[in-house]
Design a protein around this ligand. Sequence first.
Ligand code: UD1
Length: 429
Amino acid sequence: MRERFRVVGGARLVGRVPVVGAKNSALKLMAIALLARGRTVLTGVPAIMDVETMAELLRRLGAQVDYLPEEGTVAIDVPDRIGHRADYDLVRALRASISVLGPLVARCGEADVAIPGGDAIGSRGLDLHAAGLESLGASVRVERGYLLASAPRGLTGADIELEFPSVGATENILTAAVLARGRTRLDNAAREPEIVDIANLLTAMGARISGAGGSLVEIEGVDELHPVTHRVVPDRIAAGTWAFAAATTRGDVEVVGGIPAHLPVVLDLLTDAGTDVQVTADGFRVVGDPDRRPRSITVATLPYPGFPTDLQPFALAYDAVAEGSAMITENLFEARFRTVQELARLGMEARIDGHHVMVHGRPLLSGAPVEASDIRAGAALVLAGLVADGVTTVGGVHHIDRGYAGFELSLRSLGADVVREPDDSPAPE
Ligand code: UD1
């Protein structure tokens, strides 16, 4: 059954909201468990469908996976021998399934991973993943919709320079290189906190890695890894979502568990535009001025430590009601401006020019039915509904559920009027 959120505008969000482990780390850490025989336990895992999908993928590969969403734990028991094929039905449901590629080649000497179809945020190639594994000595080809990687005699360390600091390619190269013979130097690596989290887990498992979080990562291959227990890094995108929620509604929200250092550009921009950000003992607190609109922010998305593309839709919703005009530039993905069309239905004044959007802020949006096209776009539309006059309904709630466990419950705890209800309107095209 399809569902939508019914949002009544006008609330100023006030209170405390917890942030759990990052989806974009937890899913990769689960795949990494495949690298060691025995039982790896992850804690701080979010209660979302994507984790269940990844659990199913690992089960098909022969692991026993116990996921307890209420406790936020996943235990993964990996046998001596595992399968090496990731089927299309699961990869299609969860693009992050591609992160089993590196661990499978390293552990089994081969991997058959379905190629994910185009998704709602532009085409996302796998060329850098493939080239990286080839540098490590694997042969890689595409056949019948699958990427087939094979290294029957094992992988060998190499010097690799990425053309672009792709998060996914960095992960797959890192997870393959930890069991390769000799040293790998990976230059122009992605520097996201999730990469550091992955390197921390691998290091605890016995891998030898230095430089993670910087552009040059060095890996000295080891013969085998052992299972450990590891806590997932807090979700900086969820934390950033709450920062924008507070700033956009001119509220006062403490993000419990949020790490301000993981949102460098974001919190600086909000501060410069008139929202107060304080570091607290438990995280950070974002306080807007109830009597004054914040100033608009000019944003260009970039790889970390730049402004995260995953927060770009929130910057749009914020600028839609901020004082002044500003430009939002998307540098990572092509089609991430679908939110603009939906926000325009709520009265946002904006003009798209290539990968730029010029937004003219207005005091209040105007409630209307809109449709989520992906996780972040959906959550941003809900926030826009909070600063719109009257009722906004946001369809496609399943997208939002992929990134936020009980989004409406968190919002209600901060004073918002948001409910989940059945959506019996005709499905969008
Ligand atoms: C991850 C995140 C996603 C985030 C993105 C950028 C997960 C599950 N997803 O996605 O939420 O928006 O990082 O921060 O962690 N590219 C290529 N060839 C490649 C690989 C990438 O051309 O082989 C391009 C993509 O088309 C895209 C850009 O590089 O334009 C960024 O991709 P990448 O950094 O790899 O993002 P993901 O790992 O897919």
